[in-house]
Design a protein around this ligand. Sequence first.
Ligand code: CP
Ligand code: NVA
Length: 309
Amino acid sequence: MRADVLRISDLGADGLAAVLEIARSPAPQVLAGLGAALVFERPSARTRNACEMAVVQLGGHPVTIRDDEVAMDRRETVEDVARTLACYHALLAARVARHATLERMVAALAREAVPVPVVNLLSDLEHPTQAVADLLTVRDELGGLAGRTVAYVGDANNVCRSLADACAMAGVAMRVAAPDGYGLRPADVERNRDLGGALVCTTRPEEAVEGVDVVYTDVWVSMGEEAEAGRRRADLAGFTVDDALLGRAAPGAIFLHCLPAHRGEEVTDGVLEGARSRVWRQAENRLHAARALFAYALGARPAPVGTSS
Ligand code: CP
Ligand code: NVA
């Protein structure tokens, strides 16, 4: 069954487990002879390249479209862009400024029963393809997911929100340390609880990282927040992941960051380049995550146990 993936929770626990399983299987050729439209309203290094190569590995042809080419809601409506791209492509994936743009794409295609799934490549609300890569990295680096604990330190943004829900569905405990005004919202905590999570939210980074298996951070100024940069840097000072903070985590703990990183703000150069950092494995996993998520969105499911070759 085809599936839109706008939020990581759209997968449900079984869907997420399926995606993680597909990620370590040979690429199903679900896009053989078909196209995939990848729309970017925001810049990207990892997501664009990972997604293009994922489409190739699934047998398809990627067409990356920058917003200045289609100018959604300026040259024509989001709905008309979605319906146009669905004339040529079997999959529509987009990085958007506003999450509602993805919902409008889904609604426009659903109205005409167009069987083209929509996948979120980052919105102001979530970054689901990143969260899948994050779990792949934790699983591979620490030998499993269930029972592990992740501490996220900094701005509880789109990356944090998707990671928290992914952790909840995968049996990974999560703690979030953010200053007042930068934490997850009550609705996020409630949704996370409904997904099986038990988020610990604090304003004290030291409390969050004590004994954890993974320390994670992301930029303090996300794309679209540039006008607030000064205030954000002031408010988030004290939430830098440095060697002293990382030293409070469990022996063998790893450091993750979705990248791009701002050395000296959310993380020190020493931590990013240090022995515990797995950020390049994580970046590589963006490819495996995108391939698995696209395959799942197009209807692929893992082979039943005992039938794989
Ligand atoms: N982590 C991530 O999404 O990187 P890009 O913005 O470079 O795609
Ligand atoms: N939170 C960041 C993630 C970049 C990959 C942003 O939205 O800009």
